[in-house]
Write a protein of this length. Structure first.
Length: 444
């Protein structure tokens, strides 16, 4: 299952340890995480082919209200288990399809990539590292640059593509047709927790020529419906506050409302709207996977869904108990299933059936169903052999690939990796053994 370039890298006489190079790079040094000692490699046609499938899946995902509920957003939100107030926040700008911007989390099972979940919206992490890791290795590690040249390695710089997308988004708003002023905005108190996390992104965007600033929604003032941050007019709001932050804080909603009005009248672009969070709900993937709705998709669309998405079903309340087949699957195929709370992220609340006994599993299913969750078929990521640069021993890791996407399509990739078998959740915030790796593609 190991790809040819990985084998060549591991067998080469010179195996550079990329981690020290990455830690020394100014654009990556401020990030507190750890890097894997090598990047990951994937065949270019496979990577871009899957990226094209993801783009089609996004289109299918955001068409669900119309396809399944005749455009009735109330019915759509009810199917996802959203209460009225929370759903209303997400639909503040009409509930339409948001721009394709975010990150999909993906496993490679040794044969193909499989989609685990979509992160739709600007608040997902990794934009600052996905392109910078490959750039730094090629420009500052001579041994790796030689290896890359010999194997025709390439990559997509995620930050550069994001900067271009923000310029395009703000073109109609920016004064005099110049570059837009972009303000990354957190919710109230958000900078205390996340401010340092966003600093590398700010510096990266400034490196690509954007006037990119960081603040909180409470720091925004308005003149004639135009938002200002520290006295400077803002053309694009890079939204890093989430729907739940607003939903749970009436004062925050009062701060967001003027931004929504400014977006509606065209004095600012809200990148991305809160509607993005509506389609992040994991229950959306369950609706795509559910065989009851097969007739709402063409044969070609069904083929994309089957190719990309593991079996996924939504559980909400006690209604699932009436589905004998679903209950039987929960009981009989526990070790092939993973449970994910619908609106959470970062591995929070995830329970893997193969890591629990039968009694604990069923209790977790019943409890998670009360708040809304999905069951998903287990995808076992292929082992990634990594040579320890100190000992020369081969260790096996497993990777969660992050595919970034923007309105013009694929926007690069990176990976989060964990020692094989350590945990069902591969995430920076979920496990301190997690490392980050760059991704290169090559032609077969």
């Amino acid at each position: 299952m190991t790809d040819a370039v990985t084998r060549a890298y591991n067998e080469s006489a010179v195996r550079p340890d990329s981690a020290p190079t990455l830690r020394r790079a100014p654009s990556l040094a401020d990030w507190p995480g750890e890097y894997l000692s090598r990047p990951l490699f994937v065949e270019k046609d496979q990577l871009h082919g899957f990226a094209a499938d993801l783009d089609r899946m996004l289109g299918l995902l955001t068409s669900l209200p119309e396809r399944l509920y005749d455009g009735d957003l109330d019915a759509f939100c009810a199917a996802l288990g959203l209460d009225e107030r929370r759903g209303a926040v997400m639909r503040r700008l009409g509930g339409g399809a948001p721009p394709h911007a975010g990150r999909a989390d993906v496993y490679h099972d040794g044969t193909a990539f499989k989609l685990l979940e979509f992160g739709i919206g600007s608040e997902v992490g990794g934009w600052d590292r996905a392109g910078e890791i490959p750039r730094v290795l090629l420009e500052e590690d001579a041994a790796f640059a030689s290896f890359a040249a010999g194997h025709g390695l390439g990559y997509t710089h995620t930050g550069r593509v994001l900067a271009d997308a923000l310029r395009e988004a703000g073109a109609a708003v920016a004064a005099g047709g110049g570059d837009p002023v972009v303000a990354l905005l957190e919710g109230p108190g958000g900078l205390d927790r996340w401010g340092a996390t966003w600093q590398p992104l700010r510096e990266l965007m400034r490196g690509f020529g954007l006037d990119f600033r960081i603040g909180e929604i409470g720091q925004i003032t308005f003149r004639h419906d135009k938002p200002y941050l520290d006295g400077t007019p803002v053309d694009v709001v890079y939204r890093c506050f989430e729907a739940d932050q607003v939903y749970l804080d009436p004062e925050a909603m009062a701060l967001v409302e003027p931004l929504c009005r400014a977006h509606e009248v065209g004095t600012v672009v809200l990148w991305t709207p809160l509607e993005s969070n509506l389609y992040c709900e994991k229950g959306c993937l369950a609706l795509l996977s559910d065989t009851r709705y097969r007739d709402r998709f063409s044969a070609d669309e069904q083929a994309v869904i089957d190719r990309v998405l593991p079996w996924t079903r939504v559980l909400h309340g006690d209604g699932f108990l009436a589905d004998a087949d679903l209950v039987a699957r929960c009981h009989d195929r526990r070790t092939e299933l993973i449970l994910k709370p619908n609106g959470l992220y970062g591995g929070k609340g995830v329970v893997a059936g193969w890591e629990t006994d039968a009694g604990e599993w069923w209790r977790a299913v019943r409890e998670a169903a009360e708040g809304g969750c999905v069951l998903q078929e287990r995808v076992t990521p292929r082992p990634e052999p990594v040579v320890d640069p100190l000992t020369g021993a081969v260790e096996h890791w497993q990777a969660a690939w992050g595919f970034f996407y923007l309105p013009r399509g694929h926007a690069g990739a990176y990976a989060r990796v964990l020692p094989a078998g350590d945990s069902a959740v591969i995430g920076i915030s979920a496990n301190d053994k997690t490392r980050t790796a760059g991704v290169f593609h090559y032609s077969s």
